[in-house]
Design a protein around this ligand. Structure first.
Ligand code: SAM
Ligand code: CA
Length: 246
């Protein structure tokens, strides 16, 4: 194989749906993982990552580098009261739980309890399960219920949104009232496997194509929202941090 052929086949692989990085090459991503991420990954996170890798929907998990990023971010902002929408087997949840102080809280929501329970023994063994309040079911009604309680308004330091992309703007409307001024909402997958810049006739997988318009709409709406400051990072599949300023 010539070097240009090998480069283009690498690019092809790199752009496969589910790849956990948007960096310019697999080699660069691998370098980052091997140099800075895996050597510092807590044993429990490694164990959960390996359990998740055997699950048929493992494409949904948060990558190790994004887990490390979330953990660092939560410590930097001294987060204590947090929320997660979209738990799956709990990799980002564990990254969050490990970052919070012992009396920190995570209201964690997912329509699927079974996957959460796959990771739960690892979370329990890590000694952080007491920080988690898991609610099975769709997140939107939980948010509506929270909003009815005046004490919950403006009470969250951090929210990680990693669930149904077609509801992100519905979440946003509610989360802006639930997160405190100065608090952060992180929306995951905002570069949607690079499909945000794919030409209209690009051969995209069905679900990528379906959610793409919602992600495009979300990105425009966040960029135009005067109630927040934003920063979109090419970590994982793209994560947009929104800091509430009003
Ligand atoms: N953050 C997870 C991790 O680190 O592994 C990955 C979450 S996965 C990408 C998306 C999750 O959102 C799935 O587990 C799915 O069951 C959940 N989900 C989908 N629709 C939902 C909804 N309406 N409310 C709550 N969770 C939902
Ligand atoms: Ca995600």
């Amino acid at each position: 194989m010539s070097s240009s052929e090998s480069q283009s086949s690498q690019q092809g692989r790199h752009q496969e749906v589910g790849h956990k990085s948007l960096l310019q090459s697999d080699a660069l991503y691998q370098y980052m993982l091997e140099t800075s991420v895996f050597p510092r990954e807590p044993e429990c996170m490694k164990e959960l990552r390996e359990i998740t890798a055997k699950h048929p929907w493992n494409i949904m998990t948060t990558s190790a580098d994004e887990g490390q990023f979330l953990n660092m971010l939560l410590k930097l902002i001294n987060a204590k009261n947090t929320m997660e929408i979209g738990v799956y087997t709990g990799y980002s949840l564990l990254a969050t739980a490990l970052a919070l102080p012992d009396d920190g809280r995570i209201l964690a929501m997912d329509i699927n309890r079974e996957n959460y329970e796959l990771g739960l023994p690892v979370i329990e063994k890590a000694g952080v399960a007491h920080k988690i309040d898991f609610r099975e079911g769709p997140a939107l009604p939980v948010l509506d219920l929270l909003l009815e309680d005046e004490k919950k308004q403006g009470s969250f330091d951090f929210v990680f949104v990693d669930a149904d992309k077609d509801n992100y703007l519905n979440y946003h409307k509610r989360l802006l009232e639930l997160v405190k001024v100065g608090g952060v909402i992180a929306y995951d997958n905002t570069l949607w496997n690079g499909s945000v810049v794919a030409p209209p006739d690009a051969p995209l997988r069905k679900y990528v194509r379906y959610y793409r318009d919602f992600v495009l709409h979300l990105n425009r709406a966040l960029a135009a929202d005067p109630r927040i400051e934003i920063c979109q990072l090419p970590v994982g599949d793209g994560v947009t941090l929104c800091r509430r300023i009003k």
